[in-house]
Ligand binder design. Structure first.
Ligand code: SF4
Length: 211
C-alpha cells in the first residue's frame, strides 16, 4: 500500500481526543476540500507491505490505531489493513471523508465519517446512503467554516436525527471561524453534539506534520 506517514501522537479529535494513538496516513484522496490541511497526502508516500506497517505500529505500543488520509478508502487494500489491525486487537478508528461506501470497513472498526459542509466545496460528493450503515459507536464529523455551514449542519442533524444514530462531532476549520462563536450557537440551539477542537494544532504549530 502507498503510505504517506506512520507516527505516534495523541488523538487530536473525536471522542478519543487526548489518548495516545498510532496513526497510519494512507496516500491519496478523491476530494479537494477548501480547508484541506493534508494536501501532502494526495500523492506523496512509499509503498509498504502489510507486515512492515504492522511492525511499525507494534513498536509504538499503543492500544488505539487510527487509519486516516488523505482518504483511506481511496486505496482498495485498506479493508485488509483494517482487518489485520483488528486481528491484533487494536481499537481501530477509520477517518473517512464520507464519499466512499463505508460498508467496505469491517464492522469492528470505528468509523469517523465526515459530512462535508457547503464551504468545503465538496458536500455534493457525499454518499448520503452511508448514514444507513453507521453504528452507535461510530462518529460523524462536521467541520464548519461559516454561519451558513452551521445552519446547514443543524438541518442535516435534524433531518437524519443523527444523535440517535451515531456520535455527532462539530468542529471548526482552523482559522476560518471562531470556535467561541460556534459554541455560542450550539448552546443557543441546545444542539445535541460534541464540540471539538483539533487538539494537536494547539499543542504543536498548526502546520506541523506527523503529530
Ligand atoms: S477529504 Fe480530507 S484529505 Fe481529502 S481533501 Fe478533504 S480534508 Fe483533504
Amino acid at each position: 500500500m502507498k503510505i504517506n506517514e506512520i507516527f505516534k501522537s495523541i488523538q487530536g479529535e473525536t471522542s478519543y481526543a487526548g489518548l495516545p494513538c498510532a496513526f497510519i496516513r494512507v496516500t491519496g484522496c478523491n476530494l479537494r476540500c477548501s480547508y484541506c490541511d493534508t494536501t501532502y497526502a494526495y500523492d506523496e508516500g512509499n509503498e509498504m507491505s502489510l507486515s512492515t506497517i504492522l511492525e511499525c505500529i507494534a513498536r509504538f505500543k499503543t492500544k488505539i490505531v487510527c487509519v486516516t488520509g488523505g482518504e483511506p478508502l481511496s486505496n482498495n487494500d485498506t479493508p485488509f489493513l483494517l482487518e489485520a489491525l483488528l486481528n491484533k486487537n487494536y481499537t481501530v478508528l477509520v477517518e473517512t471523508n464520507g464519499s466512499y461506501d463505508i460498508r467496505t470497513i469491517p464492522q469492528k472498526a470505528i468509523k469517523i465519517m465526515d459530512i462535508k459542509c457547503p464551504d468545503s466545496n465538496m458536500s455534493h460528493l457525499m454518499n448520503w446512503q452511508n448514514i444507513d450503515y453507521l453504528a452507535k459507536l461510530d462518529e460523524v464529523k462536521f467541520v464548519l467554516s461559516s454561519r451558513n455551514d452551521y445552519d446547514w449542519t443543524k438541518a442535516v442533524i435534524q433531518k437524519y436525527n443523527l444523535p440517535k444514530i451515531a456520535r455527532v462531532l462539530v468542529g471548526t476549520a482552523f482559522g476560518k471561524i471562531s470556535p467561541k462563536t460556534v459554541v455560542q450557537w450550539i448552546l443557543e440551539d441546545n444542539l445535541d453534539v460534541r464540540f471539538q477542537l483539533q487538539l494537536h494544532k494547539y499543542i504543536w504549530e498548526p502546520q506541523t506534520r506527523g503529530v
